[in-house]
Design a protein around this ligand. Structure first.
Ligand code: UDP
Length: 325
């Protein structure tokens, strides 16, 4: 396949690029480096089947040209990370809605398969655990910027499904659940790289809220494998899939696990949400995927569990710290 990855210099995109190259496909990455990093694709640059452009997806002539040349578009370019969404809500909405709109528009002209990276955030405050793809989405007030992210991604999903229904554009929607692994940055608020950095530096490990909220962390290698399996499955077209790992952990337990595994002396501190994010901030108490659908269709099973994920992330941060020193 000839593949285009928008946001391919990001954390998930760069892992996907590597996996696609390893599987013998051609990869073209389009990324404006707004949250991605050239370092992520540095090792791929010498590969004969790899190429890239540093540009925004809203540069439509460039986007259209690369969509024309590929068979499949993996649309990963988006504003992600709760911190970024709180700090830059305009950018979040414009990038996530406008970006997807142009990708779908140009892909529709040539009927190219588009894989849309959506998010478990769309389930919002729902308490119907585990989250099934056909469940109701429960979002909070529009005065809370956090929900703009869920809403922008839900619009992406609606639009992609509308293109499938009305224009027969093949689309696959993936709801990613807290994807983690080496190279993820904590700059935009993600908890695992943040805790690991704090633990290795001996800084306080900052648990927000009570720490009783839970998350289910999916290993990036598993997630990328799931994405590639769905692209090979014609029955996946026009449908929505959860993707991640259903193992659940509280954020306090996560802080303790990181501290132990990193052999850290850091203190674990609790910070109210209002201080960590903004006044009135709402978190989701639990977020667990129901993976039945993807399992039935392509036999997807996550292989890497949290302790092994943390070992990899800790090693990655240690190597980076050494390089820095
Ligand atoms: N979190 C935390 N300390 C941090 C960063 C995040 O306690 O330094 C919490 C956050 O409030 C949330 C969970 O960890 O309950 C996961 O946060 P993340 O931003 O990684 O992803 P989210 O699931 O919120 O999109």
């Amino acid at each position: 396949m000839k593949t285009l990855i928008t946001g391919g210099a990001g954390f998930i995109g760069s892992h996907l690029a590597q996996a696609l190259l390893d599987a013998g496909h051609d990869v073209f990455v389009l990324d404006d480096l707004s949250t991605g990093s050239i370092d992520n694709i540095e090792p791929l640059k010498t590969h004969s089947r790899f190429d890239y452009a540093i540009d925004t997806i809203t540069n439509q002539p460039v986007l259209a040209e690369h969509i024309d040349r590929c068979d499949v578009v993996f649309h990963l370019a988006a504003a992600v990370g709760v911190q970024l969404i709180i700090d830059a809500p305009v950018r979040t909405i414009e990038t996530n809605v406008g970006g997807t709109e142009v990708v779908l528009k140009h892909a529709a002209k040539k009927r190219k398969l588009v894989v849309i990276a959506s998010t478990s955030e769309v389930y919002g405050k729902s308490t119907a655990i585990p989250f099934r793809e056909d469940a109701d989405l429960v979002l909070g007030s529009t005065r809370q910027h956090r929900w703009a992210y869920a809403c922008s991604k839900a619009i992406d999903e609606f639009l992609a499904l509308a293109y499938w229904k009305e224009r027969r554009l093949p689309v696959i929607i993936l709801r990613l659940f807290n994807t983690v692994g080496p190279r993820q940055t904590g700059r935009y608020g993600m908890v695992i790289p943040t805790f690991v950095r704090q633990a290795l530096a001996g800084d306080p490990i900052t648990v927000f809220g009570t720490g009783t909220q839970t998350r289910s962390f999916g290993y990036v290698g598993d997630v990328v494998r799931g994405m590639m399996a769905l692209v090979d499955e014609p029955r996946a077209v026009g449908d929505v899939f959860n993707l991640g790992n259903s193992g659940e952990i509280t954020i306090r337990e996560l802080a303790e696990l990181v501290k132990t595994m990193a052999k850290s002396d850091s203190e674990i501190v609790t910070i109210p949400y209002a201080e960590a994010y903004e006044r009135g901030f709402e978190d989701m108490p639990r977020r667990v995927p129901d993976l039945t659908k993807i399992k039935h269709l392509v036999g997807y099973e996550p292989r890497v569990q949290l302790p092994d994920i943390l070992t990899g992330v800790i090693e990655h941060h240690r190597a980076q710290r050494k390089e820095y020193v």
